[in-house]
Design a binder for this molecule. Structure first.
Ligand SMILES: N[C@@H](CCC(=O)N[C@@H](CS)C(=O)NCC(=O)O)C(=O)O
Length: 239
């Protein structure tokens, strides 16, 4: 069972299917999109319950202590695992047939550090966007350094960060790249020239051909429409 509307306070938790992992998600949450991509890339069957994060149902906070999405609920035991990075590691260990993290332990932790570093780039990007151009220079530097590092890393690694096939890093970075054209909507002074990011541009094209990405991609107009409601203080998740 997949619920298409975002559930709010006062709603009931839909009965869980005992054969499938359940994903608690939100259609506009990039962290949730990460987990959709991982589940689909690994062909793991799952159902989805969407949560309105501005009116979190009480039953959800009882299940997931942070009240945040994404989280997964395991069939049979009803145990809940939250946080996209932790969920992804759990799924990669539990379903090892299509590994997305390297088998080699040192390489695996390098990828996890890379993802951790990407969080700093995300926070620099958010602070640039949400300040509508009144951004701080040090955040701009973090963003530029981050993008340069991601460009160089791709040059070294091959077609994808995962090598010949997308790996965890690819699926984890993608949701923000999908939304990158939103930058144009903000009066940002950021000077990000596409010609300086040739490898990332090609990677973008390659990712657009990926089945999991194709299944979840939303067009920029839809992202923009949501962002307008978000910036107005009343985010609309169902329109
Ligand atoms: N580190 C978490 C971040 C998750 C997160 O921030 N989710 C947002 C939605 S995109 C959320 O649930 N926000 C609600 C809140 O902060 O209370 C992850 O990687 O899963």
């Amino acid at each position: 069972m997949t619920m298409s509307m975002h559930l709010v306070k006062g709603s009931r938790c839909p009965p869980i299917d005992k054969d499938k992992i359940r994903l608690y998600s939100n259609k506009f949450c990039p962290y949730s999109e990460r987990v959709h991509l991982i589940l689909d890339a690994k062909d793991i069957p799952y159902d989805v319950v969407y949560i309105n994060i501005n009116s979190v149902p009480d039953w959800y906070t009882k299940k997931c202590i942070t009240g945040k999405v994404p989280a997964i609920e395991l069939p049979a035991t009803n145990e809940v695992i939250f946080d996209s990075t932790i969920i992804a590691q759990y799924l990669d260990d539990k379903f090892p047939s299509k590994r997305l993290l390297p088998k080699d332990i040192t390489e695996k932790y390098k990828d996890l550090m890379f993802i951790e570093y990407f969080s700093e780039v995300i926070s620099a990007l958010n602070s640039n966007l949400i300040s509508f151009g009144r951004h701080s220079i040090d955040k701009e530097e973090t963003l530029k350094q981050g993008l340069d590092m991601f460009e160089k890393e791709l040059e070294n690694r091959g077609v994808f960060y995962g090598g010949k096939q997308p790996g965890l890093v690819d699926y984890f970075v993608w949701p923000w790249v999908e939304r990158s054209d939103l930058i144009k909507l903000f009066r940002t002074k950021l000077d990000l020239r596409k010609e300086n990011f040739q490898h990332i541009m090609q990677w973008h094209k390659n990712m657009m051909d990926n089945q999991a990405v194709k299944k979840h991609i939303m067009n920029i107009e839809t992202h923009a429409k949501f962002l307008q409601t978000y910036c107005s203080g009343v985010p609309l998740y169902d329109f």
